[in-house]
Design a protein. Structure first.
Lengths: 218, 316
């Protein structure tokens, strides 16, 4: 009974997050012509706000949303009961330990098993929220190790635009601004492609989706 | 049924009639012109007609809900318009609290003042108090990078999206002898005439448009569309005199003024879009673009219309 109650609250909370995100950002998705892959895939996106995966989640069609899990840092999402409830129960995140010394489980193995179980993943290959003036930080190598083990998985670049202006780091009140989430065509690792070339190719594919900065005044 | 509500019913039935005709024309065009694949112009036309149905029904519901319904509808319009505007302007981290206050303080206060019918403070709250308050909030963070540009843009956004838009529901506060309880029809008059002028300019332009009137600002606006649209909307406005406190001649003159302001407002808002390098303000209304794309002409005509009626017809 208690577990059912918790699941119900989680469901309501998820709907509330999506509704709130939509009310503030009027978020609009831009899809590739061929649509999204039907099979489990990895959405990889730029990362500038805690709200990033909520926005991707909000625009995904419900049938895909239910089996899509964000990959997130365990140290943040297990920090408190509320965080843990949101991370684990509401968004069903795959929680990984970012610091090597604290690891009890291999992050790549966790992601692989989630994909094998039929889930899609939301991954932020920059590894941390981008607080710099750079549009996109260099990618960490996790995504490469993932496709090294599952080369047949589709990789979908996703550019989230404007959310960093809605809620910059350290602010508590969001500014209502229109956000877009642009999905690119699915990519795969090429046979024999080395790590650097692969990461650079993925990063370029993601940057190619970024629109000219709105309101930059340039 | 009171005179006001029976006039409103007649008006709504008339608008539905126009929309039904438009939908039938759209359907026939789609059958005729899309035999060799989809036609973008017809698709856009039909999307626009569908959006018009939704907008008319929404405004109709707000009218039925009365004063509070109208206030809530236009407060929402201000919110969505402000969001579109601020999305396109240059802001910095230091503006965060100024922007938050624009949305969550200035906007609700402006509509509260309207609800409380505090006309004095309503008419100067944004031009004076927000004007002074916003740069103060921004300057406290000490970021001087393009400071004047930033504060000017936020003030412009508030004037257009909140101050001007709020002058549409402000028509409800006017006290016009012999017109008691019918003020909602003034809103209907303003919105119908200005929007019809936009539509008719589009139709005249599509049918007879040859000479572009402002090629640098708006490639689709033509002299023929402008003259035909303003003239026909003015005539329709004169024919709608029975829902207003005006005589037919006055109604025609009013219509001429607001359609002219609407047209010029459209040009100003186009110039801002060109400056920002966008085609539309947003994607809120299918076929039309953003809310500001639909509202720009009303924004520029509402305060003028309000002031003329207030000065010559209203007691308050």
């Amino acid at each position: 009974m208690k577990i059912r109650m918790k699941a119900l609250v989680a469901k309501v909370a998820a709907a509330a997050f999506v509704l709130f995100a939509r009310a503030i950002t009027a978020v609009r998705a831009i899809w590739p012509e061929e649509g999204l892959p039907a099979k489990p895939c990895v959405y990889f996106a730029n990362h500038s706000s805690h709200g990033d995966f909520v926005l991707i989640w909000a625009v995904l069609p419900p049938r895909l949303r239910h089996r899509t899990r964000p990959v997130a840092g365990a140290e943040y999402w297990l920090k408190s009961h509320t965080n843990a409830f949101i991370g684990r129960d509401v968004f069903n995140a795959v929680l990984i330990e970012r610091e090597r010394e604290k690891r009890t489980q291999d992050p790549i193995a966790l992601m692989v098993s989630a994909i094998d179980a039929g889930s899609s993943l939301i991954l932020f290959p920059e590894g941390t929220r981008n607080q710099t003036e750079e549009r996109l930080l260099p990618f960490k190598s996790g995504i490469f190790h993932l496709v090294d083990q599952r080369p047949e998985v589709d990789l979908v670049p996703v550019w989230i635009n404007n959310l960093n202006r809605v809620m910059p780091k350290g602010e508590i009140v969001p500014i209502p601004l229109i956000c877009t989430v642009t999905f690119g065509s699915a990519l795969r690792v090429a046979p024999g492609e080395d790590k650097e070339a692969f990461l650079e190719r993925m990063r370029a594919a993601l940057l190619a989706l970024a629109p000219k900065p709105a309101g930059s005044g340039e | 049924m009171t005179a006001a509500s029976s006039d409103l019913v007649t008006l709504v039935l008339g608008i539905f009639g126009v929309l039904i005709v438009a939908s039938v024309v759209g359907y026939i065009l789609e059958r005729r012109l899309t035999t060799n694949g989809p036609n973008a112009a017809v698709e856009n036309l039909n999307a626009r007609i569908r959006a018009w149905w939704a907008m008319v029904i929404l405004i109709g519901l707000a009218f039925i809900a009365g004063r509070v319904g109208v206030l809530v509808l236009f407060a929402f319009c201000s919110f969505a318009a402000l969001r579109e505007f601020i999305t396109l302007i240059y802001t910095r981290r230091a503006d965060h609290w100024a922007l938050a206050s624009a949305f969550f303080l200035v906007l609700p206060i402006q509509y509260y003042l309207l609800w409380a019918e505090e006309y004095g403070i309503f008419s100067i709250f944004i031009p004076v108090y927000a004007f002074l308050l916003m740069p103060i909030i921004s300057v406290l963070r000490g970021d001087t990078e393009r400071f004047l540009l930033r504060v000017a843009e936020v003030q412009w956004a508030l004037m257009i999206c909140v101050f001007c838009v709020s002058h549409v529901p402000a028509l409800l506060t006017l006290d016009i002898p012999g017109y008691e309880g019918r003020n909602v029809l003034l809103i209907a008059f303003l919105v119908i005439v200005v929007q019809l002028s936009d539509v008719l300019q589009y139709v005249w332009g599509k049918l007879f448009g040859r000479t572009r009137i402002a090629p640098k600002l708006s490639p689709s606006k033509t002299v023929e569309g402008f003259v035909g649209g303003v003239a026909s909307a003015t005539l329709i406005g004169a024919a709608l005199w029975w829902i207003t406190p005006f005589t037919p001649l006055q109604a025609g003159l009013m219509s001429f003024i607001i359609t002219l302001m609407g047209f010029l407002g459209g040009l100003v808002m186009s110039a801002i879009k060109r400056d920002r390098g966008v085609k539309d303000w947003g994607q809120l209304i299918e076929g039309h673009g953003g809310l500001i794309d639909r509202l720009d002409s009303v924004v520029f005509s509402a305060p003028i219309f309000f002031h003329i009626v207030r000065y010559w017809w209203s007691l308050s």
